[in-house]
Ligand binder design. Structure first.
Ligand SMILES: Cc1cc2nc3c(=O)[nH]c(=O)nc-3n(C[C@H](O)[C@H](O)[C@H](O)COP(=O)(O)O)c2cc1C
Length: 360
């Protein structure tokens, strides 16, 4: 069995990840109004690269100016963002981590108040907490968005990132195309399972067409979101299909890797996906991992890499301790001083106050 501190070779490219730890994408609201990166945002990720992470994923970064989900969001839609992106990619690389930009579009979760345009989606959908409904994307608009993702990936490559993670999780646009309830289209982009995964696969092909072969492409999904019509059986089928595509791995967002899935199958989520994909297809699993024992558990369940979010906010050098089997770092709430020492700016600390009991 592998240990969290073991190196891992990504089979499609032969590139080595120095250990099994992945910093999962975390929005931190520190970008400027025009989507360019702030020094604070570069600093917080550089500190985690220095702290030993194998793979560093950026915050969700938008591929268009009008698909933004929130203020302070990172952007990859324009060349004006290249200098900041280049600085970030260079610093992460200097500290030995591989870097991925998580690219996304908010779709029905991109408020008009931020973007000045009506939100768009696969079909006309309503989203809790948002005013009004969405507009269904026309076929040419869907094709244009596929190109926007590709163009964003090309820009990430030009900036020096090792790859992208396509954000197909958490109810954003790719996820809206995948969902049976949120995608009720009757054209080539909707209806059957094959048609609903078409948007994601068109993006994969378009990204591949404009980046070199060793550019990494990961896909992140949510295995189960009933209200959107994201069902587990289909997500497992999608995992199998992704393993046949030119992608470097699948990242499942579990929120809690220890949680039971409520059906007759005793296996937890990570194991189900590990069993579904062919041997050798990299799997990242994330959710509620804190100690080195937790990280080992995820590997024992069959994942190749362990994603973490919150523990890395409080403990930038978390990966360095993974060889210590008894490592169980302090849990929240953290004091604002602790978080400032861990490289969070006041804006990020303030954002973390929204996460229950995270900040003292
Ligand atoms: C502050 C914060 C911001 C997040 N932003 C994103 C994001 O931009 N994209 C994404 O896919 N997940 C996002 N997540 C989810 C994390 O990637 C991760 O899956 C989740 O926090 C569970 O892992 P954890 O228990 O180790 O924190 C965010 C989580 C946190 C705490």
């Amino acid at each position: 069995m592998s240990a969290p501190s073991d190196a891992f070779v990504l089979p499609r490219t032969g590139r080595t990840v120095r250990n099994r730890s992945v910093l999962a994408a975390m929005t931190n609201k520190q970008s400027h109004e025009d989507g360019t990166l702030s020094d604070e945002e570069i600093h917080w990720l550089t500190m985690r690269a220095k702290g030993g992470f194998g793979i560093i994923t950026t915050a969700a970064a938008n591929v268009t100016e009008t698909g933004r989900g929130w203020e302070g969001e990172m952007g990859v839609w324009g060349d004006h963002q290249l200098p900041g992106l280049t600085k970030m990619a260079t610093e992460i690389r200097q500290h030995g981590a591989l870097s991925l930009v998580q690219i996304f579009h908010g779709g029905m979760r991109a408020p008009e108040a931020i973007n000045g345009v009506q939100p768009v989606s696969a079909s006309v959908n309503t989203e809790a907490g948002m005013e009004g409904s969405t507009r269904r994307l026309s076929e040419p608009e869907v094709s244009k968005l596929v190109q926007d993702f590709a163009e964003a990936a090309r820009r990430c490559h030009a900036a020096g990132f090792d790859g992208v993670e396509l954000h197909g999780a958490h109810s954003y646009l790719i996820c809206q195309f995948l969902g049976q309830h949120t995608n009720r289209r009757e054209d080539e982009w909707g209806g059957s399972y094959r048609a609903r995964i078409g948007f994601l696969f068109a993006i994969i092909d378009a990204v591949r067409a404009c980046t070199p072969p060793d550019f990494l492409v990961f896909v992140r999904i949510s295995p189960l979101i009933e209200k959107m019509g994201i069902h587990l059986e289909e997500s497992l089928r999608l995992a199998e299909d992704l393993a046949q595509a030119k992608v470097d791995g699948l990242h499942i967002s579990c929120w809690d890797v220890f949680q039971d899935v409520e059906d007759d199958d005793e296996r937890l989520m990570t194991k189900r996906f590990a069993d579904a994909v062919p041997n050798g297809f990299p799997l990242i699993s994330t959710g509620a991992v804190w100690s080195s024992e937790d990280a080992q558990f995820v590997l024992d369940e069959g994942a190749d890499l362990v994603g973490v979010g919150r523990v890395a906010i409080g403990h930038p050098d978390w990966p360095f301790h993974l060889a210590n089997e008894g490592y169980d770092p302090q849990r929240p709430p953290f004091s604002a001083e602790h978080l400032a020492d861990a490289g969070l700016s006041p804006v990020f600390i303030d954002y973390m106050r929204r996460w229950k009991n995270f900040v003292e």
